[in-house]
Write a protein that binds this ligand. Structure first.
Ligand code: C2E
Ligand code: CA
Ligand code: CA
Ligand code: CA
Length: 278
């Protein structure tokens, strides 16, 4: 094995260098995309599995750059978390999504889910002010707002984070733990934090038909959620088989390409009208 010096990455790993260069360039483009209001939210339906009706929407950020084309949030969110732009992106997401959801209440009483990065919790006061402002400005009932956080928040938590979560919950906001099962979560965290819902990561559903271990994992998560009185949303539902399995296990909510991919606001509105008409 070749020993690399302190600058080994730069000297011997041209790929790493390219990745770093792309990240830097994307970071610069992202900043101007924010300034030019070029980020857009798409919405993916969340379905009540007992009625097959749309009861919610998850807001997901989309960015198309002139030079780089469509850049996935899987790529630009981590960049934004490193260069600090996540605070502005987060504010945009929450304010735009609340306005949109408030407007949709005239069609159907749906919930709105917004992703909040653990990095945004480094400035709890600022985050609280952003959420409060978005609710006041839009007039959206806080009970209809659902905040999704990942397990990394629990891992690096401090008292201030815990206090903010409790404060949000006492306003009526729902708290969801996202990507459940992929991170560092321990059962003690789940008890300590005031969550209302848990989202099973889509990786658990993918192999559900041919891997009994994955079925057992899903069953175990559902049983644990029930014991902790958490509602469950299954993510990544792609087939009728997935639906049937989850319905059989009394999973409350589902989301995935089987129902719809994330779509622009205007298309989501069409879906809502269809639900009401049905
Ligand atoms: P996430 O919060 O776990 O969001 C769910 C992701 O799964 C979305 O990817 C969605 O398009 C995808 N998905 C939904 N159903 C299916 C399915 O049936 N099959 C498959 N293969 N995929 C499905 P997306 O939109 O690319 O977002 C990726 C991640 O980027 C999100 O994962 C979230 O962590 C992050 N993200 C997106 N928008 C925001 C945002 O506004 N703020 C923050 N902090 N993170 C965001
Ligand atoms: Ca999410
Ligand atoms: Ca997720
Ligand atoms: Ca994810």
């Amino acid at each position: 094995v070749k020993q690399e010096g302190r600058n080994g990455f730069n000297l011997y790993n041209p790929d790493m260098n390219k990745d770093a260069q792309r990240a830097l360039a994307l970071g610069t483009r992202l900043r101007s995309a924010i300034n030019n209001d070029e980020l857009e939210l798409y919405y993916q339906p969340i379905v009540d599995l007992s009625t097959d009706k749309i009861v919610g929407a998850e807001a997901l950020m989309r960015w198309r750059d002139e030079e780089f084309g469509a850049v996935s949030p899987e790529e630009f969110i981590p960049i934004a978390e490193k260069n600090g732009l996540i605070h502005r992106i987060g504010e945009l997401a929450i304010s735009k999504a609340c306005m949109q959801a408030a407007e949709w209440q005239q069609i159907s009483p749906i919930h709105l889910s917004v992703n909040i990065s653990s990095v945004q919790f480094r400035y709890c006061e600022q985050l609280y002010a952003q959420i409060r402002h978005a609710l006041l400005k839009s007039g959206l009932d806080p009970e209809l707002l659902d905040i999704e956080v990942t397990e990394s928040l629990l891992f690096n938590h401090n008292e201030e984070v815990l206090q903010l979560l409790s404060r949000l919950q006492s306003m009526g906001i729902k708290l969801t733990i996202d990507d459940f099962g992929t991170g560092y979560s321990a059962l003690s965290y789940l008890q300590k934090f005031p969550f209302d819902r848990l989202k099973i990561d889509r990786s658990f559903l993918q192999q559900i038909e041919n891997k009994s271990e994955d079925r057992e994992l899903v069953n175990a998560i559902l049983a644990m959620a029930k014991a902790l009185k958490l509602e469950v949303v299954a993510e990544g539902i792609e087939s009728q088989k997935h639906v049937d399995y989850l319905k059989g296990k009394r999973c409350e909510f589902g989301q995935g390409y089987f129902y719809s991919k994330p779509v622009p606001a205007s298309e989501f509105e069409q879906l809502l009208h269809e639900v009401v008409a049905a």
